[in-house]
Design a binder for this molecule. Sequence first.
Ligand SMILES: CC(C)(COP(=O)(O)OP(=O)(O)OC[C@H]1O[C@@H](n2cnc3c(N)ncnc32)[C@H](O)[C@@H]1OP(=O)(O)O)[C@@H](O)C(=O)NCCC(=O)NCCS
Length: 146
Amino acid sequence: MTELVIPNDSNILGNVLGGRVMHWIDLSAAVAAHRHCNAICVTASIEGLSFLHPIKVGQLALLKARVVYVGRTSLMVKVVIHSEDMNTGDVQKTTEAHMTFVCLGKDGKPRVVPPLRLETEDEKTEYRKAEEIRKRRLEMKIQEMQ
Ligand SMILES: CC(C)(COP(=O)(O)OP(=O)(O)OC[C@H]1O[C@@H](n2cnc3c(N)ncnc32)[C@H](O)[C@@H]1OP(=O)(O)O)[C@@H](O)C(=O)NCCC(=O)NCCS
């Protein structure tokens, strides 16, 4: 997904708002999840979001979303964002996040998701990393619910 940062997206420094970036992350990740499952997926959690560099008005935000892990009814999508300066061609990594979605059936209940084919070493590494993230998140959920 590509977004052109316009003044309405920015803070008073002319940098994109964190909340706007989160919205784009949510949308791009939801598309990846929906495409994988061919069904509606709702956001369950978002992990490890840090803003490494600002994206300025007039620059592009390039979002790449990829399913990196599937559980039984949930799946995790990794989103990486780069800024692109269209005048210089400079591209810089600005943000990375992992989001968990739950796939819902027509009855609104969690539904089993299709398997994920892991072909490359990179995909296998991402899968193991996602497994760790999921483990931590589910431990946190238990605490949050108390
Ligand atoms: C997400 C939601 C459907 C999960 O419902 P639930 O009753 O907890 O479902 P279950 O306990 O059956 O868990 C379903 C799956 O979600 C995972 N899950 C549930 N809550 C999670 C969380 N906070 N973070 C990560 N994974 C979560 C479970 O581990 C399980 O995964 P698995 O089937 O792959 O093992 C429910 O909490 C919900 O509707 N939340 C609101 C979603 C929403 O509105 N999002 C928009 C932004 S607010």
